[in-house]
Each structure stands twice: as C-alpha cells, then as structure tokens.
Design a protein around this ligand. Structure first.
Ligand code: PRP
Ligand code: 7HP
Length: 172
C-alpha cells in the first residue's frame, strides 16, 4: 500500500474553484459557453466548477486516454468517446484536470479547432509546467504544481483514488 501526502486540501481546491468560476463568469457574461469535460479525470472538477458559475452553460464530454495504468504518458492519444453534438459556431471551453506533458491537450486543441468553434479556450485545475513537452496556452489555471504524481479529486493511479477529496502525492 502506497503512502499519501496531501498537496492541496479539499478546502484549498474549493476556494480556488470559486475564484476561477468568478473570473470565467465575468469573461463569458451574456454568453452560453459549451464546457467540454475530458473524461475521466476532469469529471469531479467540472461538476464542482459549474455549480459556482452564474452564467448558463452547456456540458458535453469527450473521453481520451494516454496514460493507461502507467504514471507517464505514452504520447499516444486515443478518443474513446466523442462529443455528442457539433461544436461549430460555439464558444467552447475545454475542462481538464491536469496538464502534464501537454500531449493530450495539444491533440484535443487541434482536433476541436478543426470542428470550427467560434472560440476555444482551456481551463485546467492543475498544471505541471516542468513536464511540458509541447507548449500551448492555458487560459484558466487553478494551481501550478511540482513534478510529482498526484492522485485524488478525480485523478487516478491505475483507476484507484479518484474519490479522494484532497489532492495527494503518490509515493510508490
Ligand atoms: C490524464 C489527465 C489528462 C492527461 C494529461 O488523463 O486527465 O487528460 O492525462 O497528461 P498529458 O498532459 O501528459 O497529456 P489519463 O490519460 O490518465 O486518463 P483519465 O483522465 O481517464 O485518468
Ligand atoms: C496525468 C496524471 N494523472 C494522475 N496524476 C498525475 O500526476 C498525472 N499527470 N498526468
């Protein structure tokens, strides 16, 4: 059994999500953006975030996988479940739990841009800048974190630990 050290408590995460939601609500005042949650990891963040927004939103999900049961990205991104509807002409916000190498997001930005949204921006709760392999613009970021493998608050290791309320560091 691995040891777990808390990196961000549930309270710290909640506080920061409220701030992010205020900023996004201001920026999208009078609009009705489509929030695209990246399954599976982002489902916890997305569900907390939308309840602090005070603008109308639409929700859709896309499922991709690049990590499998490993702690490092294979670099190969596969779409496991696509969006249900066209995003053409929509104000789209990609909602991620974490940007690590950036390979997943880079692929998604390319893929979703080609579907001709009116705008496309990125929200991530966590950013690990030290691990970046491809540069891209993150429009809203909750926390920059060090290069440690984290679990909890939707993030897994081999599908375990997603239900932890705190974000913890996995020590193998
Ligand atoms: C994780 C995470 C991001 C991606 C980030 O997904 O949710 O989508 O990796 O890594 P990258 O920046 O190095 O590409 P994962 O493939 O583990 O799937 P999951 O969300 O279903 O756990
Ligand atoms: C993906 C991922 N999943 C869980 N914990 C991390 O630290 C991760 N980085 N990239």
């Amino acid at each position: 059994m691995e040891n777990k050290e808390v990196l961000l408590s549930a309270e710290q995460i909640d506080q920061r999500i409220q701030e992010m939601a205020k900023q996004i609500s201001r920026d999208y005042q009078g609009k009705r953006p489509l929030l695209v949650g990246i399954l599976k990891g982002a489902f916890v963040f997305l569900s907390d975030l939308i309840r602090y927004l005070d603008i109308p939103v639409e929700i859709d999900f896309i499922a991709v996988s690049s990590y499998g049961a490993d702690t490092s990205s294979s670099g190969v991104v596969r779409i496991l479940k696509d969006l249900e509807h066209s995003i053409q002409g929509k104000e789209v916000l990609i909602v991620e739990d974490i940007v690590d190498t950036g390979l997943t997001l880079n692929y998604l930005i390319d893929n979703l841009s080609s579907r001709q949204p009116k705008s496309l921006k990125v929200i991530t709760l966590l950013d690990k800048p030290d691990r970046r392999k491809v540069e891209m613009k993150v429009d809203y970021c909750g926390f920059k974190i060090p290069d440690r493998f984290v679990i909890g608050y939707g993030l897994d290791y081999g599908e375990d630990y997603r239900q932890l309320t705190d974000l913890c560091i996995l020590e193998p």
